[in-house]
Design a protein. Structure first.
Length: 415
């Protein structure tokens, strides 16, 4: 008998611990709370010491000035005195009680002057220390929180699809450094994911297009044979239409996958020129359906990808022509600048669209009412692609029903 193969062994456990090692004394870790406590506590202590020192010096000066004698005895026998601070005691005709009252009033006056001087100087000292404390606190808070600004700038750069940026924060091992390291790890994983997605889109583009192109070539060669039976030619035309629809679906899905990302390389693109090119491509179909294309197209230059922006205009104009009325239909294409934004507005006549179905139009493979893949008006990705491209350019697209039937599609892009 053949020996029974041994069951597969479990993979060995890793010899390293992916978790962050715990410090020996976690309470000694220089956290943000401890640093801010020590910093602002020290600032308050220093400010208090300075304020007490200034008040002590001011009080000492006030006491030194208050210890000066209020009067001098000129004639002891005649009890004549003179005073520069108490002019009321210079009169030699004062009785003893009047003299004592004048001296008491003068002492009270001098005490009040000293207290007022001490209070005013203390308030000035407090104001100066408050200004210095606020300036020093603002500088220290900016220094402590500067890593947050670095993290924010990196996040903004990543929002522009620059996934290669990293924070790489140095300094003490506190909460901010832990946050920055976690953010860097997340960016690393995101970059690997987006790179794998781009590689998959590229491979899928090649693998899906090639067999469809081969099928189209074989069908076209077969249809070019004049001696082919009528049934075979009809079948070939049906298969060719199905193959063309599959190609459109593949192109739409690939474009949708690519346009969901932000646009890294941007160039000046005029929406008026893009709209004119889209109208030129749809002109023949519009004439065949009896649809008039009109509208004023003013210059509106944005920074973006010309091919993707042209796809927005083409999808909107194609939908406006295809979903139109049978007679006396029209499509109005307008471009321009409004409120600091470049706009593209496509308005058309057509069937009445309920307001509650507007949001469904932007979902992939969704059309109005019962139209599905059997329709000859597209594969149901036009508005989804338009929305993705608009978002990738930092703009948005909106739709609203037109009174009397049809839609008003409005694309707004930052200049």
């Amino acid at each position: 008998m053949a020996a029974t193969p041994a069951p597969p062994q479990a993979p060995p456990k890793p010899t390293w611990d992916p978790r962050r090692p715990e410090p020996a004394f976690p309470w000694l870790r220089p956290t943000i709370r401890i640093r801010l406590t020590l910093l602002y506590g020290g600032m308050f202590l220093i400010a208090g010491i300075l304020l007490l020192s200034i008040i002590y010096l001011l009080a000492a000066q006030a006491l030194r000035n208050g210890n000066q004698p209020l009067f001098k005895i000129v004639d002891f026998n005649a009890l004549r005195v003179t005073s520069t601070d108490c002019p009321g005691v210079d009169n030699g005709n004062l009785s003893l009680s009047e003299f004592n009252a004048a001296i008491s009033a003068c002492i009270d006056h001098q005490r009040q002057v000293a207290l007022d001087s001490l209070l005013s100087r203390s308030l000035l000292a407090l104001l100066g220390l408050a200004v210095i404390a606020f300036a020093f606190g603002y500088a220290m808070a900016g220094r402590v929180l500067s890593p947050l600004g670095r993290i924010t700038r990196t996040a903004r750069a990543v929002a522009g699809s620059d996934l290669s940026r990293r924070i790489e924060l140095d300094g003490p091992d506190d909460e901010l450094k832990e946050l920055a390291d976690t953010f860097d790890d997340m960016l690393e994983r995101l970059q690997r994911a987006f790179t794998a997605q781009q590689r998959f889109v590229g491979n899928a583009s090649h693998e899906l297009r090639t067999p469809l192109a081969i099928n189209r070539t074989l069908l076209e060669v077969q249809l070019s044979d004049p001696h082919a039976p009528m049934e075979l030619q009809q079948l070939g035309k049906t298969l060719l239409a199905t193959n063309e629809r599959s190609e459109q679906l593949v192109e739409g899905l690939l474009l949708l996958a690519r346009s969901d990302n932000q646009i890294v390389e941007r160039k000046p693109v005029d929406l008026a020129e893009v709209a004119s090119q889209a109208i030129d491509q749809v002109h023949g179909e519009a004439e065949a359906k009896g649809v008039e294309i009109r509208g004023e197209r003013k210059p509106a230059v944005v920074q973006g990808n010309g091919v993707l922006l042209e796809r927005i205009a083409l999808n909107l104009v194609q939908n406006a022509v295809r979903y139109n009325v049978a007679e006396e239909g029209w499509v109005e294409v307008v471009t321009g600048v409004q409120h600091g934004q470049a706009i593209l507005v496509v308005t058309n006549t057509g069937p009445v669209v309920p307001a509650y179905e507007i949001d469904n139009l932007f979902e992939p493979f969704r059309r109005l009412r019962t139209e599905r893949t059997g329709s000859d008006k597209g594969v149901g990705l036009g508005l989804s692609i338009a929305r993705s491209v608009a978002r990738a350019h930092g703009g948005h697209i909106s739709a609203q029903p037109r009174e009397g039937g049809g839609l008003v599609m409005r694309v707004a892009l930052p200049i």
